[in-house]
Design a protein around this ligand. Structure first.
Ligand SMILES: CC(C)(COP(=O)(O)OP(=O)(O)OC[C@H]1O[C@@H](n2cnc3c(N)ncnc32)[C@H](O)[C@@H]1OP(=O)(O)O)[C@@H](O)C(=O)NCCC(=O)NCCS
Length: 175
């Protein structure tokens, strides 16, 4: 368990598969994310059951609201390499009614602190579709800076969108 101020990060359980399946099939949640191909619930459950344990190269945490213990989303630090001290971060909140309450901001800070303090990372990077203004705002608020713009790398509803690449160095996390 990794406690934040409003949320607690915890390992994902096979019993979380149903929530995950629901989020991944919600077009509003997936609006600016790679939604892949639709999967049956049984497949998602199997994937969760067979998922290797969290380790340096791939840490997946569920985001739980401290007030009521409800799972509302997930945050992941992946592709960490000890040689470079760099990792990539992904986050989303699948429970839409929980948007706008500061939960993602708190989950970002908590996961980045975990990355820098426990995993001794030097840098955390992410990408975000330029139109995803809420996410871009949250990332900047916690200290990420724009490092580049990838032209037309995200396709949705027949249109191409650009993405920002963003980075946060050790010592740059803002509270
Ligand atoms: C993006 C997301 C993670 C934000 O989570 P959240 O819990 O609502 O974020 P918070 O409540 O911590 O903060 C939201 C901030 O964005 C701001 N915001 C909301 N909509 C905005 C918009 N359209 N433009 C600019 N800022 C916006 C809010 O005012 C708030 O900022 P403030 O605290 O300075 O007032 C969440 O909406 C989500 O998971 N969306 C779907 C999946 C997704 O897009 N994930 C990111 C992929 S890169």
């Amino acid at each position: 368990m990794v406690p934040g101020r409003l949320v607690t990060l915890r390992p994902m359980e096979p019993s979380d598969a149903e929530a995950l399946w629901r989020w991944n099939h919600d077009p509003e949640v997936m609006r600016w994310m790679d939604d892949g191909y639709a999967q049956p619930l049984a497949q998602v459950r199997k994937r969760m059951e067979e998922r290797p344990r969290n380790a340096y190269g791939d840490v997946l945490h569920g985001i739980e609201v401290q007030e009521d213990g409800r799972l509302i989303g997930l945050v992941r630090l992946r592709d960490a390499e000890p040689e470079t001290g760099c990792a990539e971060l992904d986050i989303y909140l699948g429970e839409k009614e929980c948007w706008g309450r500061g939960y993602a901001t708190d989950a970002m800070r908590t996961m980045c602190r975990y990355g820098f303090e426990k995993m001794r990372l030097h840098k955390i990077s992410l990408t975000v579709v330029t139109e995803n203004e809420a996410a871009h705002h949250v990332y900047r608020k916690v200290g990420f800076v724009d490092e580049g713009r990838l032209r037309q790398v995200f396709r949705r509803d027949g249109r191409w969108y650009d993405m920002f690449t963003m980075g946060l160095l050790e010592g740059e996390l803002r509270n």
